[in-house]
Design a protein around this ligand. Sequence first.
Ligand SMILES: [Zn+2]
Length: 92
Amino acid sequence: MIGLEGPSTVICSRAGCDADAAWALHWRNPKIHPRERVKTWLACDEHRGFLSDYLDAREFPLVVTPVSESVEFVPDRSDAGTAPSALPGARA
Ligand SMILES: [Zn+2]
């Protein structure tokens, strides 16, 4: 979504945590969500790892950004996996 600025409350999505969120975890379940579908969880510094581990364990594609940012889509994990070896300027 575009235009989410403003004093909206951003609280960590972890159950039982009411800390201010610093991170946004954008993810989807590739089995049920089209590529353009983006689910977003918010996380404080403490729970960013917990929530990303949770999604990692399920092999869901995930993009983590600062909480104020959004993404248009979440790339497939296979796409992301090819990125490190395809850096601009890196020649085989
Ligand atoms: Zn938290």
